[in-house]
Design a binder for this molecule. Structure first.
Ligand code: PHE
Length: 366
């Protein structure tokens, strides 16, 4: 076997045996690189006689080409093997269960608002809304709250520095009662609405937060009297607390926008050491808890909305949604409502699938 043939079989054997791309590259440099053995042989052609060159030229060229081709073939093979190994190691097992992710829940305030909307819808009430940024005419003046009323004092109300285009002072509404004005000035009676939403007062401790939620109720029709108010509230509170033995106590009170005004208490009793709504408050172990402000809409408010108070009468009520939620679901610190603590929400929140309905029950799934 000639030297060239010997070198060739040696080279092809080594290339075939290379088990990594690095090893193959090492061989390429050793044979075909600048200092490589085949390259060195190619250089000897220059010193050969023409006859010798004629013989050796094709032999050496053939050697170089065969080795280069063997390297390319081996390289492709090794690359395919490397890719297959990578694909095998990076394969995703689609049959694994999804990762544990945080599950959202419905905030008790949203839940209670849904419950209230459901209960009142059943009594023929529509849901009305008003803006949280109000003017002082709708929040105070039209509701017969004079300039000197304590609710107007700066320490209760958040005012904006600028007035609106018609010169009215702007503020964050301190109650949902301005929605009464918005509804009476934009709709023809008869009116039956509830208006849930955020309200703001400059106040903060365990039972007061600067922002909280109220729900307003308003009925305007002919020949409406206090009996309608009492029946409506009783029906609402019994449905809400899901007990037929909810007893109401109406106490004379004062609100500038209702006349007469009544504050409504519900009786509670002690069951297993806990206060629960239900039963007569004067029973042994019982007591009364204030839950609502209400009354017959003041004639002056009806007049302020350009309606004739000799034709149209009605009643209104307002209550704190957060407070209702606390009473029904047994939470004791109002501030926790607005902390956004996922553990609190996980404990007191509601499943989004649990839509309150009158037929299936409006809550109490804790
Ligand atoms: N707006 C009153 C408050 O915030 C509640 C209320 C509403 C009272 C309607 C009577 C009638 O305290």
């Amino acid at each position: 076997m000639s030297d060239t043939e010997q070198l060739k079989s040696e080279a092809l054997g080594a290339i075939e045996g290379a088990d990594s791309l690095d090893a193959l590259e090492g061989l390429r440099v050793g044979y075909l690189g600048k200092q490589g053995s085949i390259s060195a042989l190619m250089k000897t052609l220059g010193q050969m006689s023409p006859e010798e060159k004629k013989v050796q030229g094709p032999l050496l060229n053939g050697l170089r080409n065969d080795v280069a081709e063997a390297i390319a073939t081996r390289k492709a093979k090794l690359e395919t093997a490397a890719l297959n190994a990578q694909l095998a190691s990076e394969r995703m097992d689609m049959s694994l269960p999804g990762p544990e992710t945080a599950k959202g829940s419905v905030h008790p305030v949203s839940q209670v608002m849904e419950e209230l909307a459901e209960i009142f819808a059943d009594m023929g009430f529509a849901v009305a809304e008003g803006p949280e940024i109000e003017d002082d005419w709708r929040n105070f003046t039209a509701l017969n709250i004079p300039e000197t009323h304590p609710a107007r004092a700066m320490h209760d109300t958040f005012y904006f520095p600028d007035k609106d285009d018609s010169g009215r002072a702007m503020l964050l509404r301190t109650h949902t009662s301005p929605v009464q004005i918005r509804t009476m000035t934009s709709e023809e009676p008869p009116i039956r609405i509830i208006a849930p939403g955020r309200v703001y007062r400059s106040d903060s401790d365990a039972t007061h937060t600067p922002m909280f939620h109220q729900i307003e109720g308003l009925v305007i029709d002919r020949d409406i009297h206090l009996g309608h108010l009492k029946w409506t509230l009783e029906t609402f509170l019994r449905a809400f607390f899901e007990r037929d033995d909810v007893v109401l106590r109406l106490r004379p009170s004062y609100f500038p926008f209702t006349e007469p005004s009544v504050e409504v208490d519900v009786g509670y009793s002690i069951e297993k050491g806990k206060r629960v709504i239900g039963g007569h408050g004067d029973d042994a172990d019982g007591g009364w808890m204030e839950v609502l402000g209400s009354g017959m809409v003041n004639r002056r408010v009806i007049e302020n909305c350009d309606l004739d108070p000799d034709v149209w009468q009605g009643f209104a009520f307002g209550t704190g949604v957060d407070r209702l939620a606390m009473l029904k679901y047994g939470m004791d610190d109002l501030r926790a409502f607005f902390d956004g603590d996922a553990r609190w929400l996980g404990h007191y929140g509601f499943d989004a699938q649990d839509v309150p309905t009158l037929s299936a029950g409006v809550g109490a799934r804790i």
